[in-house]
Design a protein around this ligand. Structure first.
Ligand code: MBD
Ligand code: FE
Length: 284
């Protein structure tokens, strides 16, 4: 795995920025916010920062350090990473407060649509020598009223054992550890993948520089990312976690919730671990 070990933050950052730009282009006017709202929000953000400068007596040295760092965030393509790690959790909280079905959490910077379809019970694309413990992840997709959602789409993406996402870090097969399952006539699915490893956000770019300068850590607990959807229902974007991970309580991205904890057990029918988890969708 020589190539991916040498992956640079700026490379993943540039890819994440480019993918985001493409998605916003296909979304058309979805990214446009009206003038009154921009006036309201931008004025509040600017005032909040000015208040901090006065309250905390910010110096020119600190102001210039901030300026240099903001320039570097852009150069490294790390705006998607910065925003998804330190801001998206609040946006997600606002967006999903009304939901009665399964809890969601942030998407993060590394989702791609169009991953390979693997039926209701296929194996995720991986290399012949892909390191990791086999994980059988099975469950059902239902509506809040209990109706099984036949044909629901379950998209999964996760990092490899070294913490790299395909199409963002170099040297990985295109759809490595990314797949789409379609729930069967009972709304059920069976996903064959690997148990993910704890994950560090890139440390050699601007976000890593901030983390080091502030004396923080760069870890996220091991996680599986999902999008679950069915026509007529609200799409759920979520992540699921494993008990006992040292970073469940101090995720750098603040994206862990108690409802998102899995309960894996030794797989009685084969190698590795098995876990059940159901997704419950709200009607649109
Ligand atoms: C990730 O893999 C991730 O899930 C988040 C939220 C931020 C950075 C990297
Ligand atoms: Fe992730």
């Amino acid at each position: 795995f020589d190539t991916e070990v040498t992956a640079k933050a700026a490379e993943s950052g540039a890819n994440a920025s480019a993918r985001f730009r493409e998605r916003m282009e296909t979304a058309g006017r979805a990214g446009v916010v009206d003038t009154a709202r921009v006036d309201h929000l931008a004025s509040k953000v600017i005032k909040a920062i000015n208040d901090i400068v006065i309250e905390d007596q910010v110096s020119y040295a600190e102001y210039n350090a901030l300026k240099a760092w903001l320039i570097k965030v852009g150069e490294d393509g790390e705006w998607p990473l910065f925003l998804d790690v330190w801001l998206e959790h609040s946006v997600e909280e606002v967006a999903s407060a009304h939901r009665e079905g399964s809890k969601g959490t942030i998407e993060g910077p590394y989702y791609l649509d169009g991953s390979p379809e693997l039926g209701w019970n296929g194996t995720i694309p991986m290399r012949d020598d892909e390191p990791g413990t086999p994980l059988l992840f099975s469950g059902q997709v239902r509506a809040v009223d209990g109706t099984p959602l036949t044909g629901a789409k379950i998209e999964l993406w996760h990092a490899d054992d070294l913490g790299f996402y395909s199409q963002f870090a170099p040297g990985l097969p295109e759809w490595n550890l990314r797949g789409t399952w379609i729930a069967n006539e009972d709304g059920r699915f069976e996903i064959h993948t690997l148990r993910p490893a704890p994950y560090q956000i890139p440390t050699d770019g601007a976000c890593g520089q901030l983390i080091a300068a502030a004396g923080w850590h760069a870890w996220r607990p091991a996680h599986l990312h999902f999008k679950v959807s069915a026509p007529g229902y609200e799409l759920i974007t979520t992540q699921l976690y494993f008990p006992g991970d040292p970073h469940n309580d101090d995720d750098i991205a603040s994206a862990v919730k108690p409802e998102l904890m899995l309960d894996p057990r030794d797989n009685p029918a084969g190698e590795g671990v098995a876990v059940d988890y159901d997704f419950v969708l709200d009607p649109e």
